[in-house]
Write a protein that binds this ligand. Sequence first.
Ligand code: SF4
Ligand code: SF4
Length: 351
Amino acid sequence: MLDQIRRCVRCGACRAVCPSFEVMGWESFNTRGRMMIIKRMLEERDGSWALDSIGTCTTCALCAQMCPAGVKSSKLVEDARRVLASRDIIGEWQRTIRDNISKTGNSLGESRGRREWLSLLGSRAFKERKERAESVYFAGCMASYRYPETAARTFEILSGFGVALLPAEQCCGSPLLRTGLDASGCMEENLRQIREMDADLVITGCAGCYTTLKNDYPGVNVVSVAEFLADHISEIEIRPLDITVAYHDPCHLGRMNGIFEPPRKVIKEICELEEMDKNRELARCCGGGGGVRAGYRDISLKIARRRLADAPPEVNYIVTACPMCVRNLNDAGGYGKIIDLVDLVAIAGRG
Ligand code: SF4
Ligand code: SF4
């Protein structure tokens, strides 16, 4: 960690883009300030005073994108959170996420069945779905419990290509890892099921699940639903729509994993696409990631409102490829105008 901090030349390029600094305005809420705070926190035994500064980073990595010294600041923030957690300095919201996942297997603490959305499948897809396959759809907590229609629409498409579900999917571990907590329990359980099914491909529609399965699980081959749709769009029954949409790049899909074009390809097969004011590598964060929505809802929604202001006026929808972005942007004043890419495909499927 110290080698990353020593790289920083204090230029402030990160300060100009940090979404939490934009809404908070204090040096301790931008990357450069967080560097100083992390340095001091490492030098002492306590560090509870650092929790809010370190906790309000959305891990969007926009600062790392801008940094001329190559500081991987979002990774540094996650490491700093791990140090605080090892000293048992965590927020109440982190405790809640940890308890939720250990008790219910999902970050939302839902005691309902994770697969209840299967009841929304069309009867043919329900009857013909496979229990085992080489490819599995990993729905994630947010889609399973907050966007069951989107989960069902996604699986309806994927099951047409022979994709199955894990028998007892758990949280991918992202909310734990991004906030510095141990995720080995749920990760090992998912990995065991993936291996038991002998699946060689995991397909996920959540940017958080995507980056976690791809970068934190050993040896798992992962594609996003956006990539899958882009590869198979000619085989899916859709009709062009006379509408215009903008595309919001989820940080953990776009900037962090380079998936920019596949969702745009799918959209352009369906309707007109207009770009957000900040897009691709420079896309502004929705404010929901890194535990900020869970721990600092006000800051999270203020960041989201700024992102909404980047949308071109007059678009019919803002399309994205992550249920967390859908949730946070709609909560911040999107009022249902933010939809998942799969929902757009479903509208085009209805003609
Ligand atoms: S990762 Fe995003 S929120 Fe965190 S310090 Fe960098 S720009 Fe700010
Ligand atoms: S952009 Fe990089 S070098 Fe410049 S202040 Fe931020 S972290 Fe330091």
